[in-house]
Design a protein around this ligand. Structure first.
Ligand code: GMT
Length: 378
C-alpha cells in the first residue's frame, strides 16, 4: 500500500475532479491519501476512510502584490511528507504544482528523505498557460525532474514534446469514469418536466471559459431547434455566462434554454439528455464528455486535442472542425431525428465509456507509483 500526497486544484471541473476521484478510489483500495490544496476539493466529502485533507494558506502580507502560493505549497509539502511519511507526491496540473513538488523534493533530499514525484499533465497547463514562453523553463525543468510523468491523452503528450524541452518519457493514462456514480438514472419525471412535449434535450457542461466556445453551443442549438422541438440545458458557470445569456436573448430562444449553474449531481441531469455538446477550441481529454457518455449520451465535439481519442467519429457522436457550427448542427440532427439512430449512438457511447472504467485506469496509476518508487531506490 502507498502513502500518497495528491496536490490539485479544488475546482468543480477537470484536473481537480480527476485528482479527487482518483484519490478517493485509491483510499477505497486501502492506500493512505493526503489531499493538499488551497481549499477542500469540490468532490471531496467531509469524512472518508484513509483520506486526509491539508489546506495551504498563503500570507497576505501587504508587501505581496502576488501572494507566494508556490512557496507556501512547497513548504506545506515538506511538512506533510515528513509528518505523514509519504512515499509519493502525485501532482495534478503542472503549474505551479509540479515545480512546488520538485522544490519540496530537493529540500527533503537534503534532510535524507526521498519522495517520488509523479506529475500528471491535464491540458491547459500545457496548451494555454504552458506555451506562454514565460513559464517554459520552469515547466520543462519540473517535468524532466519528476520521477514519472503522465498525460491524459496522446494528443497532450505530443503537444508537451512540441511546446517544451522535455526528454522525460510521458505515459498516457487517460481520464476515467466511476460507473457506480455515472450511469443512466431513472429520472423520467424530470425529463417530462423539462421536455413535456417530448422535445429532444441537448446539454453542455463547462466552466464557461472562452476556450469552451459556449457561444457555439448556442449557435448549434439554435440551428437544431429550427428543425425540431428541442431544449438546451447549460450546466456550470464562468466568465462567458453573461455573453451567452445575451446571445440567447438576441436569438430569441431563452424559453428553450435553461442555465442550471454549478451542479453537484450532474449524472442525474445527464440521465435525461439526448445529446452532449463540447465544441471547445482545445480539449486535452474532455472529461465532461466521458461523464455524458457513461450516462448514455452521444457527443458532438470538435476534432481538437484528445477529443477524437474519446469520441469516435460516426460511432459515439461526431467531431467537427473548430467553429463549424453548421456541420455540428447537421450531425446533431442526424443523431436526433431518428429514434433508432439515436438509440444506436447512445449504446455506442456507453460501450466506449466502459473503455475508461476506473478499475482499468486505477491499476495503471498504481503501476506508475510502483515503478517511480523503484527508480528512487536504485
Ligand atoms: O477544461 C478546463 O478548463 C479545466 C481543465 C483543468 O485542468 O482543470 O481541464 C483539463 O483537464 C481535464 C481533466 O484531465 C480534461 O478533461 C480537459 O479536457 C482539460 N481541458 C482542456 O484541455 C481545455
Amino acid at each position: 500500500m502507498f502513502n500518497i500526497g495528491i496536490v490539485c486544484y479544488p475546482t468543480f471541473g477537470g484536473s481537480g475532479v480527476v485528482a479527487t476521484e482518483l484519490g478517493k478510489a485509491l483510499a477505497e483500495k486501502g492506500h493512505q491519501v493526503h489531499f493538499i490544496s488551497y481549499s477542500r476539493p469540490a468532490r471531496l466529502e467531509s469524512f472518508l476512510e484513509n483520506v486526509f485533507y491539508h489546506e495551504v494558506s498563503v500570507s497576505n502580507y501587504p508587501l505581496f502584490d502576488y501572494p507566494p502560493y508556490e512557496t507556501a505549497l512547497a513548504s506545506k509539502l515538506v511538512d506533510i511528507v515528513l509528518f505523514a511519511n509519504l512515499d509519493i507526491l502525485h501532482v495534478h496540473y503542472a503549474i505551479p504544482h509540479a515545480s512546488a513538488a520538485i522544490m519540496a523534493k530537493q529540500i527533503l533530499a537534503k534532510q535524507g528523505k526521498h519522495i517520488s514525484v509523479v506529475t500528471t499533465l491535464h491540458g491547459t497547463d500545457i496548451t494555454l498557460v504552458g506555451k506562454d514562453a514565460t513559464y517554459e523553463p520552469v515547466v520543462s525543468y519540473s517535468i524532466n525532474e519528476s520521477d514519472a510523468v503522465t498525460s491524459v491523452s496522446q494528443s497532450l503528450k505530443d503537444k508537451t514534446y512540441e511546446f517544451f524541452h522535455v526528454e522525460k518519457e510521458i505515459h498516457v493514462v487517460p481520464n476515467f469514469i466511476d460507473f457506480k456514480r455515472f450511469s443512466k438514472k431513472p429520472k423520467e419525471h424530470f425529463k417530462k418536466a423539462i421536455a413535456p412535449l417530448g422535445e429532444r434535450i441537448l446539454v453542455h457542461t463547462s466552466n464557461f471559459r472562452k476556450v469552451k466556445r459556449v457561444d457555439d453551443v448556442i449557435k448549434v442549438f439554435n440551428l437544431v431547434q429550427e428543425k425540431m422541438p428541442a431544449k438546451l440545458l447549460l450546466i456550470g458557470d464562468g466568465p462567458e455566462r453573461m455573453n451567452i445569456e445575451k446571445l440567447c436573448r438576441e436569438l430569441n430562444i431563452c424559453d428553450r434554454v435553461t442555465f442550471l449553474g454549478k451542479q453537484e449531481m450532474v449524472e442525474e441531469i445527464l440521465s435525461v439528455c439526448d445529446l452532449f455538446m463540447l465544441p471547445s477550441d482545445s480539449e486535452s481529454f474532455g472529461l465532461a464528455a466521458l461523464e455524458a457518455m457513461a450516462c448514455q449520451v452521444p457527443v458532438i465535439s470538435t476534432n481538437s486535442g484528445g477529443m477524437p481519442e474519446l469520441n469516435i467519429h460516426g460511432v459515439t457522436g461526431f467531431n467537427s472542425a473548430i467553429g463549424d457550427v453548421e456541420d455540428m448542427a447537421k450531425n446533431a440532427l442526424y443523431i436526433l431525428k431518428d429514434e433508432n439512430i439515436l438509440a444506436e449512438f447512445k449504446a455506442n457511447a456507453l460501450k466506449q465509456a466502459h473503455e475508461f472504467d476506473i478499475d482499468k485506469i486505477l491499476i495503471r496509476y498504481e503501476a506508475i507509483y510502483a515503478s517511480a518508487l523503484e527508480a528512487q531506490q536504485v
